[in-house]
Design a protein around this ligand. Sequence first.
Ligand SMILES: [Zn+2]
Length: 186
Amino acid sequence: MARSKGKVIAENAYKIKSSKIAGRGGFATRAIKKGERLMEYLGERVSHAVADSRYDDAKHALHHTFLFAVNRSVVIDAAVHGNDARFLNHSCAPNCEALIEKSRVFIEAIRDIVKGEELLYDYAYTRDGSETDEEEFQLYACRCGAKSCRGTILAPLSKAELKKRAAAAKKRHHPRHTVARTGHAG
Ligand SMILES: [Zn+2]
């Protein structure tokens, strides 16, 4: 899909309220057109090392962070000075996407959305190839309810990753990698 640069953020397109999927979510308050830019994902911009030090996954029974990996050097932590974007829920069959443009992250509609619909995007949590089945389907379990639900909010595995993963499973699992949401380059 063609994307124009420097788009303005739509106004009065959504509100935050409780969601059946998890916690709070964003819901369309009017019809939204495919391609509309709805919000920017804001928060403190930190290094991966700082993000890793803040959130040790091994200590958390449930995974709850507002981290978004922008690129290899920057992670946005929306727990600090974050905005409404942090409340948007994940879906394996989303109606929005997180678009990375000049190191900023924007949430845009990828299809027409009707009033009242929940705004959802694919978190595609970063992987390092060492994820165990337990992490994949319990710690990062997805219950979005989509027919195409892959059962996890981790990013889909490519064939190359599947091979790497089989090799990595033979080694000891190392728990230092902190996962974060990520998006598509604009
Ligand atoms: Zn799902």
